[in-house]
Design a protein around this ligand. Structure first.
Ligand code: MF3
Ligand code: CO
Length: 263
């Protein structure tokens, strides 16, 4: 069952979303070759508490950390550890908080130092795919119109969409209905209406879409070890249009309006 949110609830969710966006921005600024992924996790957890919130992922279904750090062929749920970032890596940071009972969830993929053109294109495509999906986040559209737009955008670049993991409704819990696949035919699923709040999160690979999970029980990687990128925001449909609750960098939505991410 989808829990539609009132304007007041969306206002509360914006607060938790902005904390997520702010902390992700700070984590991004910390990234340098040689940094331990555990240090990112420690920072995220301490900063969350300092801001009066609680990490959303810690202990969720037994997840042992506050942040997911997924490097290169790792898609999602990478566990923070003593591993150090290396020049040329791409690193996905997925983070969520609970603030006054409301969840926020977002992810970005960042370069570590100089990266290859192909890796940069993969990062840009994950972000562009998100914005391609947002274009269809409109009253009256079908949920799968978003999924289809994401898939079309990603495949046009010659990359593939991960199928084993999906976006989701969010609010009173991290995962609410509905599921939001990043692929599919348009015209299916519920009609979109104000009050719908989703975490839209394209996960893409430079090779095939098949996944494997490492023996740590969490880290999902591409079976062919090709690079993967992830981009996610918590977004709300309101009477006044779309609100990207976890977005702190407004230049990005201006770029979007100018069509910078158009395929
Ligand atoms: N953004 C991811 C999701 O929506 C993060 C979950 S990590 C977990 O599922 F550890 F909490 F599972
Ligand atoms: Co999510």
């Amino acid at each position: 069952m989808i829990i539609y949110k009132s304007p007041e609830e969306i206002k509360m969710m914006k607060k938790s979303g902005q904390l997520v966006g702010l902390i992700l921005q700070e984590l991004k600024d910390m990234i340098v070759p040689g940094l331990r992924t555990l240090d990112l996790d420690k920072y995220a957890e301490a900063r969350t508490k300092e801001l009066g919130a609680r990490p959303a992922f810690k202990n969720y279904r037994g997840y042992p950390a506050s942040l997911c750090v997924s490097i290169n062929e790792e898609i999602i749920h990478g566990l923070p550890s003593d591993r150090k970032l290396r020049e040329g890596d791409i690193v996905s940071l997925d983070f969520g908080v609970v603030y006054e009972g409301f969840y926020g969830d977002a992810a970005i993929t960042c370069p570590v130092g100089q990266i290859s053109d192909k890796a940069q294109l993969l990062i840009d495509t994950a972000k562009g795919a998100f914005w391609a999906g947002v274009k269809f986040f409109k009253e009256g559209n079908y949920l799968s119109d978003i999924s289809h737009a994401i898939q079309t955008y990603v495949e046009a670049q010659g990359f593939s969409v991960i199928r084993n993991f999906v976006g989701h409704g969010i609010g009173y819990s991290l995962h609410e209905d509905p599921q939001v696949p990043n692929y599919g035919l348009p015209g299916h699923g519920p009609r979109l209406k104000p009050g719908l709040v989703l975490a839209i999160e394209p996960m893409i690979a430079s090779g095939g879409h098949e996944v494997e999970v490492l023996t740590d029980g969490w880290t999902a990687i591409t079976r062919d070890r090709s690079l993967s990128a992830h981009y996610e925001h918590t977004i709300a449909l309101t009477e006044n249009g779309v609100k990207i609750l976890t977005l702190v960098d407004e230049t990005e939505s201006k770029e979007w309006k100018k069509g910078v991410f158009n395929a």
